[in-house]
Design a binder for this molecule. Sequence first.
Ligand SMILES: N[C@@H](CCC[C@H](N)C(=O)O)C(=O)O
Length: 311
Amino acid sequence: MTGARRSQGPLLSFTKMHGLGNDFMVVDAISQPFRLRPEMIRKLADRHFGVGFDQLLVVEPPGLPDVDFRYRIFNADGSEVEQCGNGARCFARFVRDQRLTNRRVIRVQTAGGVIELRVGREGWVTVNMGVPELNPAAIPFAADERQVVYPIDVDGQSVELSAVSMGNPHGVLLVDDVDKAPVETLGPLLERHPRFPARANIGFLQIIDRGRARLRVFERGSGETLACGTGACAAVVAGQLRGLLDNQVRITLPGGDLVIEWQGEGAPVMMEGPTARVFDGQIRLPAEPNQRRRNRRPSGRQPERRSPGNR
Ligand SMILES: N[C@@H](CCC[C@H](N)C(=O)O)C(=O)O
C-alpha cells in the first residue's frame, strides 16, 4: 500500500436531497460510523471541491424515550444548529426510503426540541414545527421587552424587524418587492448583528394578500438559499402578528411553494411541502489526524510487535 493510500479515511455513503432547492447531504450514521469535524463539513459543503450543500443532515439513534431518531443539522460553515424545516421533510423521506422505519408518523429529536413528521404521498411531508418562541431572551434577541416589531440600527440606517425562534433564531423584515430586497447587503450584517448573540436567519417578506406571500432568506451559516422552511414559518408568524396574514398561507420562495398554517399564540406551526431525492453517492473521507500519525512510519521500518515483554 502506498503512503498516499494509507492516509485515506473511510468511504462514506450519503444521499443528496433537496426541499425546494434547499439542498442537503444526508448521512445515515446508524448503519455506518461517522465522525464530524467542522473543517471536514466545510470541505464537503464546498460546491467546487466537495459534494456541495446548504446543510448536512445526520441520522442517529434516538437519545430519548418515545422518539424514533435523533437528527443533527450542520450548516455549510460547519456550525451545528437547532432546526431545519426543509431538512426535516427530507429526513422523513430518507429514513423511510432507507427502510430505517416503516412509520408514517415519525418523532424526531433535534437540538431545538422534538418534532413530529407525517409522510404523505409522492414525497410530500407535513411537519409539526412546534410552538414559535417570541420571548426575546429565549430567541435570543437583545430587547427590554417583547414587541411585534423592533427598530434596529444597521448599515447607518434604522430598519424594523420581527424576531421569532422556530427552535432557531429568525429576524423578519417586511419589504415591498422581494426581487429588489437588500438580501445580499443587509442579510449578512443582520445575521451577525450584536442584538442576535447566536446570529440569525434573516427573512425578507413581501405580502401579496392575506393568504399569499413571497420570501427570500439569508440563512445563518449558509448564505441566501433557494428556500428556508423555518424561515417560512417565522415569516408567517411575524406576518400574522402584524395583522397582515390569515391562519393559512401559501408562501413562495425562490425554489417553490410551502403551505404554512398557524392558529395563533400558543399553537404549533404546521408546514407542508415536497422533498426530492437527487442521487446516492460515496466519498472517501480524509484520515483523522491521529490515524495519519499511526500510518506515518519511516520507510523500511516494520511496526514494532507488542509482546508482554515490551509493553
Ligand atoms: N434551511 C433550513 C434552516 C437551516 C438552519 C439555519 N441556517 C440556521 O442556522 O438556523 C430550513 O429549511 O429551515
